[in-house]
Design a protein around this ligand. Structure first.
Ligand SMILES: Cc1cc2nc3c(=O)[nH]c(=O)nc-3n(C[C@H](O)[C@H](O)[C@H](O)COP(=O)(O)O)c2cc1C
Length: 312
């Protein structure tokens, strides 16, 4: 059975990637998961410098999901290269570095530094973090901003460039198109949905940052719809995510149009999820007589439904 995926010349053994911010720098999970068996590890977002992130409370549980406003706490790109990357190389992980910036120049500088580091396989551009005041989502919510970041990073690296799109826009497909036109090798989506929770007794927001990003199964159907829309808009590979908890969820994203997927929030619930997802994918392939998993990508049959809509 062939579960592999090819993204801009990078071959992943399977489509299951750990989502940024939900898997540390990968090495923290090495005792429970053999990182070389994953399709890839998208590490926590990195700026040039270290960041402390927001004060607690930074996480709130919500129905079928969670709300977070970590504020991109991180060790900075140079410490990552010195302290984490050697171990990731030794563990033979496929490393996708999620990069952040408060300015365009910072994205470019972080990309340049990582491009010279051995063991980095791709760059995921976080232009979609809802939890910081500057950078992040302000680029990802504007078509010229998306174009500017993607094309500037494209010029300084030969690594695959994967902008990560925000769902906090009216027409996500136009952002996927802008990314493709600016030289992106793939797009990933979705980052979290801007959201808020309030303690009615104190009448205070539950997060110190007041608002945060919603993730987990609660967002999955919206994320699937967005992947479907992007698949119709672009030719480049799509990495889909949002609430994946089972192999069936992975397949739903792939049939909607994702070539690969990321799993975030469910890592906190079940760090052993990866074997279960792989087994479920193999079972599905056996049941449906598939030899290549990529053959399901974008195969949703929407025609019957379209006719039903017209007649109702
Ligand atoms: C605690 C937490 C931290 C996150 N940190 C990042 C981050 O650093 N960079 C990023 O691009 N996305 C980050 N995300 C978003 C996830 O990578 C993912 O896009 C989102 O959670 C949807 O997937 P899920 O429902 O499987 O978690 C974070 C999500 C959570 C829950």
């Amino acid at each position: 059975m062939d579960l592999s995926v090819s993204i801009a010349g990078l071959t992943l053994p399977n489509p299951l990637i750990a989502a940024s911010g939900c898997f540390g720098y990968g090495v923290e999970y090495a005792d429970v998961v053999d990182l070389s068996t994953l399709g890839g590890v998208a590490v926590k977002g990195l700026f040039l410098a270290e960041r402390e992130g927001h004060a607690p409370p930074r996480i709130v549980e919500t129905p079928s999901g969670m709300l977070n406003a970590i504020g991109l706490q991180g060790i900075g790109v140079r410490r990552f290269i010195d302290e984490r990357l050697p171990e990731l190389r030794r563990l033979r992980a496929i490393v996708i570095v999620n990069i952040c910036g408060t300015t365009l120049d910072e994205y470019v500088e972080v990309a340049r530094i990582l491009s010279d580091a051995e063991g980095v396989h791709a760059l995921e551009l976080n232009i979609s973090c809802p939890n910081i005041k500057e950078g992040g989502i302000t680029f990802g919510c504007s078509l010229p901003g998306t174009h500017a970041v993607v094309s500037a990073v494209r010029k300084v690296t030969s690594l695959p460039v994967i902008p990560k799109l925000t769902p906090n826009v009216t027409d996500v497909a136009s952002f996927a198109r802008a990314a493709e036109e600016s030289g992106a090798d793939a797009v990933s989506l979705v980052n979290t949905f801007l959201a808020m929770a309030i303690d009615v007794h104190t009448r205070r927001p539950r997060l110190s940052n007041i608002v945060g990003g919603l993730s987990g199964p609660a967002i999955r159907p919206i994320a699937v719809r967005m992947v479907y829309e992007c698949r119709r808009a672009v030719k480049i590979p799509i990495i889909g995510m949002g609430g994946i908890a089972t192999a069936e969820d992975v397949l739903e994203f792939m049939i909607a149009g994702a070539n690969a997927v990321q799993v975030g929030t469910m890592n906190f619930v079940d760090p052993f999820i990866w074997d279960k997802l792989l087994t479920g994918l193999r079972d599905y392939m056996a049941t449906h007589g598939l030899t290549r998993l990529q053959d399901v990508v974008g195969t949703v049959d929407a025609s019957a439904r379209e006719k039903a809509w017209v007649s109702s």
